[in-house]
Design a binder for this molecule. Structure first.
Ligand SMILES: *[C@@H]1O[C@H](CO)[C@@H](O)[C@H](O)[C@H]1NC(C)=O
Ligand SMILES: *[C@@H]1O[C@H](CO)[C@@H](O)[C@H](O)[C@H]1NC(C)=O
Ligand SMILES: *[C@@H]1O[C@H](CO)[C@@H](O)[C@H](O)[C@H]1NC(C)=O
Ligand SMILES: *[C@@H]1O[C@H](CO)[C@@H](O)[C@H](O)[C@H]1NC(C)=O
Ligand SMILES: *[C@@H]1O[C@H](CO)[C@@H](O)[C@H](O)[C@H]1NC(C)=O
Ligand SMILES: *[C@@H]1O[C@H](CO)[C@@H](O)[C@H](O)[C@H]1NC(C)=O
Ligand SMILES: *[C@@H]1O[C@H](CO)[C@@H](O)[C@H](O)[C@H]1NC(C)=O
Ligand SMILES: *[C@@H]1O[C@H](CO)[C@@H](O)[C@H](O)[C@H]1NC(C)=O
Ligand SMILES: *[C@@H]1O[C@H](CO)[C@@H](O)[C@H](O)[C@H]1NC(C)=O
Length: 286
């Protein structure tokens, strides 16, 4: 055989060997994240949910750490600042969620009274939201209520922890501060803000306790801010947005690996191992 032909064949075979050894391992190892994250989440009646959501079949690395959905109930549940919400609506185009507090579901007398607090780094209220303020354990008025308060404040009763609570509520569009109306009403032991939707709030006064519960169960709108410039870059490069659960940092899952930004800057040591492996094989050849 001609020596030149022999070396050419050897070289070709070796190149093929490198390709076979190197590429399948890197693709198998890295593609798994990408493949896992290409599968959208179907959760309690909601289909096709992608980043920032994760839960069930979608590992945490495919979402944002704060957007875990619990899919074991009739509606998805999400925790925001330690408060659990039912997800009633997801609008992917406008990046909005309509949520209702689980502790206030079908009641305005939950056993633990806490304000609605939102993580403003991740979420914003929309212009369709307003606060409903619930005042609990207020003093019984000495004179009839109607002479004390305006029509924008209504009274309701609860039994919480076996204690009788005399309470008031007011949508903030009518009466932002009950304490300014009357000292006797203002001296309540607790007051709690629960957001409701503005159109519902407009129709709330004068109304019944049942209507107030229904208004709260209608939920309120949140815009999520988790889609960030890093995610835009990632999607632009053909990747899928996600996170690194060990650091909570953003991660971009691409077909050829996981990266900190786009599909070019390596994130994990596994990509370094591949580069190292290539160098070893190339030096072996030379
Ligand atoms: C991909 O999903 C499978 C099945 O849920 C899981 O076993 C595997 O650990 C996931 N891989 C990665 C890299 O998250
Ligand atoms: C999610 O729902 C869609 C539409 O109903 C369906 O095509 C898809 O197979 C479901 N995926 C999973 C993982 O159940
Ligand atoms: C939400 O928080 C509650 C405790 O307040 C916890 O039991 C539950 O597992 C959390 N759910 C999720 C999806 O993190
Ligand atoms: C998302 O919200 C917009 C504006 O409110 C609305 O026009 C659109 O129909 C909504 N999309 C879905 C899927 O609900
Ligand atoms: C009712 O009891 C629970 C458990 O002891 C407590 O956490 C909660 O604050 C109480 N609620 C009120 C309104 O006092
Ligand atoms: C809710 O927030 C208001 C104002 O920040 C505060 O005065 C009130 O005590 C809070 N209510 C509870 C139950 O923590
Ligand atoms: C409700 O009131 C709280 C302050 O008590 C405020 O931080 C929040 O933005 C208000 N929510 C809405 C929807 O206006
Ligand atoms: C709540 O209890 C007070 C005192 O017993 C009563 O006067 C009032 O009518 C009750 N309010 C409602 C809405 O039932
Ligand atoms: C990964 O693939 C993309 C194209 O899909 C390419 O732009 C990028 O340079 C590749 N990254 C590495 C480290 O090879």
């Amino acid at each position: 055989m001609h020596p030149h032909l022999f070396s050419a064949i050897t070289l070709s075979l070796m190149i093929i060997a490198i390709t076979l050894i190197h590429c399948p391992t890197s693709l198998r190892a890295e593609d798994e994240q990408y493949l896992n994250c290409s599968a959208p989440l179907n959760c309690s009646g909601f289909t096709d949910l992608g980043y920032p959501f994760w839960g069930l079949n979608r590992p945490e690395s495919c979402g944002h750490p704060s957007f875990q959905l619990d899919c074991s109930n009739d509606a998805p549940r999400i925790n925001i600042s330690n408060i659990n919400y039912k997800v009633l609506e997801v609008n992917k185009t406008f990046q909005t969620l309509r949520v209702a507090r689980t502790d206030y579901w079908e009641t305005i007398c939950p056993s633990v009274l806490v304000n609605t607090t939102i993580d403003f780094t991740l979420f914003s209220y929309t212009t369709s939201d307003t606060n409903l303020t619930l005042y609990y354990q207020c003093p019984l008025p000495a004179v009839p209520i109607t002479t004390l308060i305006s029509t924008s404040v209504l009274q309701f009763n609860c039994t919480i922890n076996n204690t009788y609570f005399f309470n008031y509520y007011s949508p903030n569009i009518y009466s932002p501060d009950l304490s300014s109306i009357s000292n006797s009403i203002g001296a309540c032991n607790y007051w709690v803000n629960v957001p409701i939707q503005l159109p519902t709030a407009m129709a709330l006064i004068p109304t019944t306790q049942y209507a107030v519960t229904a208004a709260i169960d209608g939920g309120f709108m949140l815009t999520w801010n988790a889609r960030n410039p890093q995610c835009e870059t990632c999607v632009g490069a053909g990747g899928l947005c996600g996170s690194d659960p060990s650091t909570n940092a953003f991660a971009c899952h691409c077909q050829n690996g996981t990266f900190v930004s786009g599909c070019a800057r390596p994130l994990s040591s596994s990509s370094k191992h591949e580069i190292l492996l290539s160098f070893v094989l190339i030096s072996f050849l030379v």
